[in-house]
Design a protein. Structure first.
Length: 130
């Protein structure tokens, strides 16, 4: 059983924990495999799944969303050009480096009015786009 567990673990580069390894073994073998047995053998062999990094919250302490008035009230259409603009910042990975694209879109026809790229997602990026 240990060589099979090691093979599945190595095949998925250490990303599988005992639950996923148990499921893979159940799919590949005719006899049933107990998850507790797989967990115990993995502990014995010193195999642990790689834990994914948690996403951090970008909320700034002291600034509340309640202070921002809802001007559009989910009405994302405009009767004429240049009445309503929307902006967004998107993160890209370019050659291992993060880049941030700030765009400004006219809600009348969906046309991109302006765009700007930067290495950091700071307020100056959005302000210079507008």
């Amino acid at each position: 059983m240990e060589p099979r567990i090691r093979a599945v673990y190595d095949e998925h580069r250490g990303r599988y924990g005992y639950r996923r390894i148990t499921a893979a073994l159940r799919n590949s073998m005719a006899e049933p495999v107990n998850h507790k047995c797989v967990q115990r053998l993995m502990q014995k062999m010193g195999l642990r799944a790689v834990i994914r990094a948690k996403k951090r919250s970008r909320h700034v302490p002291g600034i509340s969303d309640a202070q921002v008035p809802n001007v559009l009230e989910r009405d994302f259409s405009a009767a004429a050009p240049n009445q309503k603009w929307a902006t967004d910042v998107t993160e890209f990975n370019v050659n291992g480096n993060k880049r941030y694209l700030s765009t400004c879109m006219d809600l009348y026809n969906g046309e991109i009015v302006a765009h700007q790229m930067a290495r950091r997602p700071v307020f100056e990026l959005v302000a210079s786009t507008l």
